[in-house]
Design a protein around this ligand. Structure first.
Ligand code: GLA
Length: 387
């Protein structure tokens, strides 16, 4: 891959003298969905698929971007003197946002650059291709200009850019999972404090299989922000009954006792998901450390049911993939992953059942939905690196 992207860089930008190649992963969340903006726990891991990039400093203030995933767009130009989000700037709003965010944090990028990307995360699949580009950009800026930032800072800067430049109100999970990724480990992160622990993923003759629904979505046009504000309102209502700063502070028993103060049935279900999913995540990580993969799988299934019925972020595509997966012998657990409304599911499948899983789920999905799903047997990889 390194050679391929360096060659392409030379083709697009004249030569590749002084250019450097980098990688940042994508991520999948194993459990703990829609908890990160509710002060709860998440349990994601970085993948060995992700975004490859080649970058080179310029002597002027120009920024020139090219993506092998969007070749038709050609080279998209911008300048350090004019960093603002623009619809025509397409995907380059992500790297631009990060360059802007460094400036906002007092780290002015001193010169322009040429940047070529080539990602092997399916776009819009909910495996965080945008967060991957953000962390990659931050990592390049750190490497080029020696900014004193940790990988955790790169996650926070990426999220800051996404929230304030690209106006997507996401939580910290995606950028954190990518920036802090570790081979064969998932990250148990408390989003209220940013305390985290690595947990080895020992799946005992099973693998993580991702099914991509191929229903495109973007957080901007989904009901993501609506769910956030429903949870915020529910939290304000709950504060009349209990002293908390976030839904993540509640356990199930307390929630059941005080939930009556939430005035709408819909908001009650949203808050219920946030509270129960957080507790489920804590229990799931414990099950895994006890080597109880079956229990982990059961909790993944419960997570999906809650996201389907209480949080209502699944839809026919994700429900079909998951409900068909549950029927296959050798599937330990299956659920939607990421924001929902399209995107992917994550399943833990016994090695000998993987082929049947892909065939059976794929067949029913195509028949019912009218187009095919894609399947990926994935591995857990490290965070960003120089290639
Ligand atoms: C998206 C957001 C994350 C998180 C998930 C849902 O991936 O970017 O911050 O909220 O949705 O768990």
């Amino acid at each position: 891959m390194k050679e391929k992207i360096l060659d392409k860089f030379a083709e697009i930008f004249g030569d590749n003298e002084g250019a450097k190649a980098y990688f940042a992963p994508g991520r999948v969340n194993l459990i703990g969905e829609h908890t990160d903006y509710n002060g709860g726990h998440v349990f994601p891991c970085a993948l060995t698929i992700g975004t490859y990039g080649v970058a080179r400093k310029r002597t002027d203030n120009k920024l020139r971007f090219y993506s092998m995933n969007f070749e038709k767009l050609g080279v998209i130009e911008s300048s350090l003197d004019d960093l603002k989000p623009e619809k025509e700037a397409e995907w380059t709003n992500y790297p631009k946002g990060v360059i802007w965010a460094f400036g906002e944090k007092g780290m002015q990028v001193p010169c322009g650059m040429d940047l070529l990307l080539n990602g092997n995360i399916p776009n819009g699949s909910g495996l965080s291709s945008s967060a991957s580009v953000e962390v990659l950009t931050g990592f390049i800026l750190k490497d080029f200009f020696g900014f004193d930032v940790s990988n955790q800072d790169l996650a926070l800067i990426g999220q800051y850019a996404e929230n304030n430049f690209n106006q997507v109100n996401c939580g910290i999970m995606d950028q954190f999972a990518i920036a802090m990724g570790k081979k064969d480990q998932a990250i148990f992160l408390d989003t209220a404090t940013l305390e985290y622990e690595y947990a080895p993923i020992r799946l005992q003759n099973s693998k993580i299989v991702i099914a991509c629904s191929n229903k495109k979505r973007g957080l901007g046009d989904s009901k993501y922000n609506e769910r956030r504000s429903e949870c915020e309102t529910a939290l304000e209502e709950l504060k009349q009954a209990v002293t908390i700063e976030s839904l993540g502070e509640l356990d199930e028993e307390t929630f059941e006792k005080v939930k009556g103060v939430i005035e709408s049935e819909v908001r009650m279900r949203r808050a219920k998901h946030a509270v129960y999913e957080n507790r489920r995540t804590i229990r799931a990580v414990k099950a895994l450390s006890d080597n109880d993969v079956e229990q982990f799988g059961k909790l993944m299934n419960e997570s999906h049911v809650s996201l389907r019925d209480d949080y209502e972020v699944t839809g026919i595509e994700l429900d079909t993939l998951v409900e068909e997966a549950w029927k296959v012998d050798g599937v330990i657990g299956s659920r939607m992953t990421g924001a929902g409304f399209g995107g992917c599911t994550v399943s833990i499948v016994k090695d000998e059942a993987i082929d049947t899983f892909i065939e059976q789920v794929g067949k029913v999905y195509e028949k019912k939905i009218g187009y095919a799903a894609d399947f990926y047997v994935v591995e857990i990889g490290d965070g960003p690196c120089v290639l």
